[in-house]
Design a binder for this molecule. Structure first.
Ligand code: ADP
Ligand code: MG
Length: 458
């Protein structure tokens, strides 16, 4: 049995799973088994750049999978094959797009293997979203869109500072539509992913596939579009994508850190498109809303949290809900670990640095990777590598958690910094470490120590 095609097919499922869907799509689209014998396989890749990336980041993983599928050690080689037909092989399997597709009609165009909802984080729902005067209008608009996708406000543009709930609302719309209109295709995409896929599609001549991917959906949620600023070529591409959607009455929801009139100045058509729907701001939450958010999070906590502790946190952590949650996690985890009642005194002690950090140090992702490596005894390259050895995985997850705590970077940006992983890996790491902090003292200490070192500049 030396059929390289079959061997490769046998492994693609687990490879996809292990490296994450985004990495798979970014680097393995168009990779084909070209030749093979009992102990080696040659994979043809569409471009030198892709060969390089696969060799540096994924070769050990591929070798391991293929060897275990074959049951004996395999040598994996890569060759560049610039055959222009790469990336177009799916073209024929796909029916042409009908001119007008009634919204809500099931779309079989993209093939049965495409899920109806992509990129959604099920944890972000409307019921988990606390409203107050700072976000009430944004939430109402998001609900209206989720109830009647494509007909209420289109596009809906949500903007506001970091950590105020924009991403949460985008996912909430997606989750709601997916639950209530299961036949509608929902796609959530961070702008960064859109940009990377776009670059990659040019390299692999797979633009038609990418275009189809974005156009064959009923609800398109694009997060952090401010990243398009200054990237005219992408703005152009983005505009075409939006235009197509308007013709098909697809619902579009966009988020950014500022109002559309403050960026995208170079393309007036794009800007007027963005302004044609409804624009809504999320402001930093006032004290009452901060308290309500903490109260909601406290409900799911295993220990009881006295109101004065919640108030202490709400008063002191003001303009970022992610930090608000981080502070709560820290005190509840400590109290749980020590089986100690959570008192105001304890909270004040534990959060002394949070309260004092009115002038936060600028911590970069690079710095976090370096400090994580030092703390756990790994190199930065190891943290970025595909290896999934236990202690390394933990170090990586702690590092990712701290990135979320100390920087404003998005999940995809953090994922890329950690060796081009899928952003869902970071989402998973953050929830995993949040839970483990209350269960394992060592993890709690490592997180706190890492944050302390980074904030004190040691
Ligand atoms: P942004 O995308 O604006 O930077 P996120 O949506 O990532 O912010 O929100 C940061 C964190 O705060 C998330 O964990 C989110 O669930 C939480 N959050 C934000 N707004 C609210 C809210 N109104 N109610 C409950 N949780 C919220
Ligand atoms: Mg966000």
């Amino acid at each position: 049995m030396t059929d390289p095609g079959r061997l490769w097919d046998d492994c693609t499922g687990s490879l996809r799973q292990r490296m994450g869907e985004a990495a798979w799509k970014a680097w393995f689209y168009g990779v084909r088994p070209a030749a093979g014998d009992a102990d080696s396989i040659t994979l043809a890749v569409p471009a030198a750049l892709i060969q390089e990336r696969i060799e540096t980041s994924f070769l050990p993983l591929i070798t391991e999978e293929l060897s275990s599928a074959r049951g004996s050690p395999m040598v994996v080689r890569l060759v560049v094959d610039t055959d222009a037909s790469f990336g177009e092989q799916d073209e024929e399997d796909v029916a042409p797009r009908p001119e007008a597709r009634a919204p809500g009609r099931p779309s079989s165009i993209a093939g049965p293997d495409r899920p109806m909802a992509e990129g959604l984080n099920p944890a972000y729902t409307f019921s988990g979203f606390v409203t107050g005067s700072s976000n009430r209008f944004a939430e109402a608009a998001a609900r209206a869109v989720a109830d009647t996708p494509g007909s209420a406000y289109n596009p809906l543009f949500i903007y506001g500072g970091s950590g105020l709930g924009k991403t949460h609302l985008l996912h909430a719309i997606g989750n709601y539509v997916h639950a209530h209109f299961p036949q509608r295709r929902v796609l959530y995409v961070p702008t960064e992913t859109f940009l990377n896929q776009f670059i990659h599609s040019i390299q692999t001549k797979a633009q038609p596939d990418l275009k189809r991917r974005y156009r064959d959906c009923d609800v398109l949620l694009v997060d952090d579009v401010d990243l398009l600023e200054g990237k005219e070529a992408f703005q152009e591409e983005f505009l075409y994508t939006l235009n197509d959607h308007f013709q098909n009455s697809t619902q579009i929801v966009l988020s950014a850190d500022r109002a559309p009139k403050k960026f995208l100045t170079t393309d007036d058509r794009l800007r007027s498109r963005l302004l044609a729907g409804i624009t809504t701001a999320i402001e930093p939450p006032e004290l009452e809303t901060r308290l309500a958010i903490l109260g909601k999070k406290a409900e799911s906590s295993a220990i009881s949290i006295p109101p004065e502790v919640l108030e202490f946190i709400a008063v002191n952590v003001r303009d970022n809900i992610r930090e608000l949650e981080g502070a709560l996690t820290r005190v509840t985890a400590f109290a749980t670990l020590n089986q100690e009642p959570l008192t105001l005194f304890l909270a004040e002690k534990l959060l002394a640095d949070v309260v004092a950090s009115n002038l936060p140090r600028q911590v970069t992702l690079e710095m976090i990777l370096t400090a994580t490596g030092e703390l756990f005894g790994f190199t930065v390259d190891e943290l970025r590598s595909p290896s999934r050895r236990r202690p390394l995985v933990t170090a990586r997850q702690v590092g990712m958690y701290v990135c979320r705590q100390l920087t404003d970077h998005s999940y995809p940006t953090i994922a890329r910094e950690f060796g081009g992983r899928d952003h869902t890996t970071v989402i998973h790491a953050v929830s995993k470490i949040t839970g483990l902090m209350a269960e394992r003292r060592q993890i709690y200490d490592q997180v706190v120590e890492l944050m302390r070192r980074l904030q004190s500049g040691e």
